[in-house]
Design a protein around this ligand. Structure first.
Ligand code: AMP
Length: 322
């Protein structure tokens, strides 16, 4: 029962003096907003506690609030709370932390239990949806800033309530959040969607240069030169992958971005039919059934991945025509 787990999480938060909140590497707005909102809510409720949100900072996400330094000297015997991340390997910024217990709050599919207490629901639109429920169903406090972050995390991860795991429950929770906080949510969209002109031009480049297969796969390989030409970084394609939904005859689409600095291919994959996280898992990736990512440093993996995705589209087309 989620209700029961939420109460248990609240009791653990109440018990620990030192609390560290972490999320996945390469964060998106839901990951950042969920950890910052939870940190701020715990601090507001229990001002005497030491609570930090850790992980590498991303300058364009500073608008959600600042992260804390991973200086763990005073954080022995801490409670570690991880949000928006299914496995310990993908948790960012906890090297050297001596924690006593772990709580996981996540919406990714994951069979393996890794924490002492888990609030995991892969039907939830976002980690922020789960944090909102946790706050609204316990004595954790909320203010306008916390509510704004939670709202933006939900809107971002559900892609403005477009993605299939948006449910009636999502709308009910958002309604409660808006009623309780009274935030001016329409004006928050600027924070999420305003982009510099060079990103708009890069978006145009992606539209012009996507390749299409006859089975319904759209793909593009993005080189460091292209990123440089448009003045964007390797995180930019990830922020644009959802914009390529609803293209007629495209079932699966993928961006393959070579990160020269880290010698790794960052792969974003989205689907509106075939299940893709199993394919992502073959290339050191994972994620949701219809929204996955992968990382590989082998150039030879790229044509294999494209073929796997294309074959999946072909099989899917066949299965729905039978
Ligand atoms: P992205 O395309 O980066 O937005 O990621 C889509 C989904 O896949 C998110 O839920 C990510 O957490 C997940 N994901 C991305 N990369 C990986 C990876 N290397 N391993 C496991 N899951 C991933």
């Amino acid at each position: 029962m989620a209700w029961d787990i939420e109460k248990k999480i609240y009791r653990k938060i109440k018990k620990y003096k030192n609390i560290v909140i972490a999320r996945h590497t390469g964060p998106d707005p839901d990951a950042i907003a969920s950890q910052i909102a939870l940190r701020d809510s715990i601090k507001l409720t229990f001002p005497e506690k030491k609570v930090i949100a850790v992980g590498a900072g991303v300058s364009k996400f500073k608008k959600y609030g600042l992260l804390d330094k991973s200086d763990f000297e005073e954080f022995s015997n801490a409670l570690l709370i991880i949000t928006d991340v299914p496995t310990m390997e993908r948790v960012d910024g906890i090297d050297g932390l001596n924690y006593a217990e772990i709580i996981k709050i996540d919406h990714h599919p994951c069979e393996k239990k890794i924490a002492n207490l888990e609030l995991v629901d892969d039907t939830s639109s976002s980690a922020c949806q789960l944090i909102t429920e946790l706050i609204l169903n316990t004595n954790l406090k909320i203010n306008q800033n916390i509510a704004s972050n939670l709202f933006l995390g939900i809107v971002s991860d559900s892609d403005r309530f477009l993605i299939a795991y948006t449910t009636i429950k999502t709308f009910k929770i958002v309604t409660k959040l808006l009623e309780k906080s009274g935030i001016d949510f329409v004006n928050l969209y600027d924070k999420l969607y305003e982009r510099p002109i060079n990103e708009i031009k890069f978006h145009g480049y992606l539209s012009e240069n996507l390749e299409f297969t006859e089975n319904g796969l759209a793909y593009i390989e993005i080189t460091p030169e292209i990123l440089k030409n448009y003045g964007v970084d390797t995180a930019t394609p990830s922020n644009m992958i959802n914009d390529f939904n609803y293209i007629k005859d495209v079932l699966v689409w993928t961006f393959i971005t070579y990160d020269e600095k880290n010698n790794i291919y960052k792969i974003n994959i989205r689907s509106r039919g075939p299940i893709i996280n199993e394919i992502a898992a073959k290339y050191n990736g994972g994620g949701h059934k219809f929204a996955s990512g992968a990382r590989t440093n082998k150039e030879s993996d790229i044509p294999k991945l494209i073929k796997d995705l294309d074959d999946t589209c072909k099989k899917y087309q066949k299965s729905i025509s039978e």
